[in-house]
Design a protein around this ligand. Sequence first.
Ligand code: 13P
Ligand code: SF4
Length: 318
Amino acid sequence: MAKVVTLAHYYTTPEIQQMADKVGDSLELSLFARDAEADIIVFAGVRFMAETAKILNPNATVVLPDRGSTCSLVEQTDVTALKAWRESYPDHVHVSYINSSAEHKALSDWIVTSRNVDDIIAHLYAEGKKVIFSPDRNMGAYLNFQYGYDMPLWSAVCEVHDKFNQKALDEGFASVGDLPHYLIAHPESPLPVLQQADYVGSTSGMLNWVKAFDKAPESVIFVATEDGILYNMKLARPDLDIRQAPIYAGCQCNQCPYMKLNTIEAVKRAQQGQGVVIDYLTPEQIEAARVPIDRMLAFSERQYALNVAVKQPEAVPA
Ligand code: 13P
Ligand code: SF4
């Protein structure tokens, strides 16, 4: 019988996360996919994640549950234009966020995730390199601001995170009155939001920040990212008041439409091998895209204690 491994990103619904063998951020899921001894890897995430799994584990059949699971950072990047942009900086290292197509990755020297982007770019600058960064303009602007870099940036944004804004946040903060409040944010959010954040990091990074929270118990924690991970945060710390950061008046929703296409039915079908099989990458494309991903994984495995073997708890919080 075929061995099936199901991976889910934190932005999928609790029901999908409970169907998975592993839930994690992009870095953890990439490592898990690489090392999975599976005939079929079902990737309940979006297409660039499934493509990365195929690049790292080319002998497995990788299945994406729904054809529509794209990512706006991928959709907003025309690879022909990107190639010309990259070639206009011949003496720069091209660092690309993992939210990119396989073709895009093949035009990159390093791939990064939100978990390791700060450390990898710091490492390159420490070596005296010049860097260009694609495709996420918000993430690049934050890095330039935070560390005083002058990286030329590609200009794409995540349609979900780009909705966070300072005005709505100020209203949200005012709504809690005198209660102490904190903001944690994903680096795909706009710079004015990130400048107000008490912590900026990957989905796993934000979850770990919440788990370790030891300030006043009556504090309100606002979370500027896709709402799926609030499930994991509330499960880990039911004692805390954790809220979605507001977007604009009348709308508290902040959902990635592409992640939410991973329905129970679609994932069940994918576990039978039906769905979008990632079988269109040529061996040459896989080889070219793997080089910058391997660089990132080797760096991360040296740098961090990565726990990629944990199964998520099953209980749904009240
Ligand atoms: P993480 O790697 O932080 O999980 O981010 C993935 C993503 O797509 C965020 O929008
Ligand atoms: Fe892409 Fe944004 Fe969805 Fe993440 S939340 S997968 S960056 S569209």
